[in-house]
Design a binder for this molecule. Sequence first.
Ligand SMILES: [Zn+2]
Length: 236
Amino acid sequence: MNQTIKTLLEIQEIDKHVHELKENIRAMDVNVKTKENVIKILIKELEEIDAKIITLKEDRKYNEQLVEDKNDQIKTLDNKSALVKNTKEQKALEVEMSMANTSVEKIEDQIVSLLSDIDTYIEKRDIKQKEADSLKAEYELLSKTTDNKIKKITVAINNYLKKRSGLFNNIDDTTTTQYEEINRWAEGNVMSEIKSESCMGCFLMLPPQVSATVMETEQLVFCPNCGRILYIYDES
Ligand SMILES: [Zn+2]
């Protein structure tokens, strides 16, 4: 195996590590973002519950005012009863009184139901708030440990990249450019071994002279199908 191929294989090893480390960072970021989104949804739900509670409380206030008004009306009717002149007036007053009382009862029932709804929503809110608090604590811890991990991984990546550019110093510019171009899409799989006369990158059967050229010359040979740099593994 010629020296260039050996160096390129070393570079490829580094690229594989770097690719894997970058994937790790990406997965950790996704993990943190997912938790962040769950919290955002919970906060939105809490806001919706708060809005609902405010509406219910306003509704209760409105109904309590109605009861007050109706009670005033009943008081007025009560005062009028001393002034009735005949049975007709008496009857009319009784009907009015009974209607007012019925309506007070109805509104009071409505208030009881509103109070019970308010309690239900407050309970719901408490449960959701606890859930959100514990998720926030989890998120902060996760975010902190992830940051630390990412910092360490970034240091490792930079070390690999330093080593990588050192290795490229031993390689001519044309080969460097060719490697980098393939690496753009191959992401750490630029080099392809020939086994049983086939490219292991794309499994194309290669003409026999390809193996011969790879073995016997110093020139770089590319797979005619996938474009990767071909090599034949030997112990030398
Ligand atoms: Zn190929």
